[in-house]
Design a protein around this ligand. Structure first.
Ligand code: KG4
Ligand code: ZN
Length: 363
């Protein structure tokens, strides 16, 4: 099965073609990502209107290239998937409308994919991880621990009560005058910094539920920076290292709680799976390896290019849904907000109330 996937929920215009077989990992036939980072850099964050316009300008070309690079035409793909949310609504409309047009003109099924579901299923594209597994999703907009038990079967075990981890990295970078997006810049500075110079809080530490909180950490960092301003290069590096260390320790503690809740409810997970842009941070990856080892499971972390937003993850989620016959009508609405646990899955088989075994009548 070959599916085209389109991603336009934030500041990447992306399209990809992915092949799925009934078992084993998927095969990425093409994967084109155009980052809008330069368009937004001057504003220190993503400007929704600029993002939507940039998607309109680039998407036709990106889709054409993805299909051509895969050695396919629209005629020989099996389905068209697009991220239908959650995300910036202008961009979502651009991607979903384009997918609908391609599906309609070529008489192909449309699959309206939840962007978070696509992150959640990427580890099956790369590593064919069997269900159930525990997902740690950390991006610019989301920080969640999720029990992934099947396609369309997601239970959120923990989430952030304020900022997402990526957002905290971005705000830290902005505060310290580093560029956008902040995560990679903070990571780079942290490499030459002293992680124990500043005493920063580890919010929610030791709490039994698996939720995160990041805004107190961000505020504490700002207060430390204000105390010693003007900042030298070494101050910036030390603040970044101390911040990253606090995030790493919080992630470890919150995942310990999340994995415990997972086990109590669903037994041992087949893996701890990392997804989202923050999962490309090497210090966080190391911490994830540690927690997986400690809890007797394995870490599956897709390569950084598949952790950040891309079209291959949308195409793959589309293929997984299509394999279950889950397609969507052409009047499907884009959704700015769409929690992962509201994603529909395959219908449970209709119970047969009068089966032979149940009636005991031998009929
Ligand atoms: O998943 P993603 O590409 O987009 C969504 O938000 O959906 O994640 C982007 C986020 C940004 O906040 C960015 O700063 C963060 O991931 N990020 C990182 C790193 N690379 C990207 N955060 C920490 N360390 C990194 N190396
Ligand atoms: Zn994302």
């Amino acid at each position: 099965m070959v599916v085209l996937g389109i991603e336009t929920t934030c500041d990447e215009t992306a399209a990809a073609v992915v092949e799925r077989h009934d078992d084993g990992p998927g095969k990425i036939l093409s994967n084109i990502v155009l980052s809008q980072v330069n368009e937004h850099a001057a504003f220190g964050g993503v400007v929704p209107e600029i993002a939507a316009r940039a998607h309109v300008e680039a998407l036709d070309r990106i889709v054409g290239k993805a299909v051509a690079d895969a050695g396919k035409t629209f005629a020989n793909i099996d389905g068209v998937a697009a991220a239908a949310g959650p995300g910036l609504i202008g961009g979502v409309i651009v991607g979903l409308t384009t997918a609908k047009a391609i599906a309609l003109v070529n008489a192909k099924p449309l699959i309206a994919v939840n962007h978070l579901e696509a992150h959640a299923l990427t580890a099956r594209l790369t590593d064919a991880v069997p269900f159930p597994y525990c997902l740690f999703l950390a991006s610019g907009g989301h920080t969640q621990i999720v029990a992934v038990r099947g396609v369309g079967n997601y239970t959120r075990l923990g989430t952030t009560i304020d900022d997402a981890i990526g957002e905290a990295f971005d705000k830290t970078a902005k505060l310290l005058g580093l560029g956008y997006p902040g995560g990679p810049q903070v990571e780079k500075e942290a490499e030459r910094g002293n992680p124990v110079r500043f005493v920063l809080p580890r919010p929610m530490f030791g709490r039994p539920e698996a939720d995160f909180s990041l805004s107190g950490l961000k505020t504490a960092l700002r207060l430390e920076a204000e105390k010693i301003a003007p900042l030298t290069d070494q101050d910036v590096a030390d603040l970044c290292a101390s911040f990253q260390q606090a995030v790493v320790e919080s992630v470890l503690d919150r995942l310990r709680a999340g994995l415990r809740i997972f086990r109590e409810n669903y037994g041992a997970p087949n893996a701890l799976v990392a997804a989202g842009g923050v999962a490309s941070n090497q210090a966080i990856r190391k911490a994830l390896h540690r927690i997986a080892f400690e809890t007797g499971t394995v870490l599956v972390a897709p390569p950084p290019a598949l952790c950040t937003d891309n079209g291959a993850m949308i195409a793959w989620a589309g293929a997984e849904r299509l394999a279950h016959g889950l397609t969507d009508p052409l009047d499907t609405a884009p959704r700015a907000r769409w929690p992962l646990d509201e994603v529909a899955g395959p219908k449970a088989p209709t119970p047969s109330y009068f089966s032979r075994s149940q009636t005991g009548l031998g009929i």
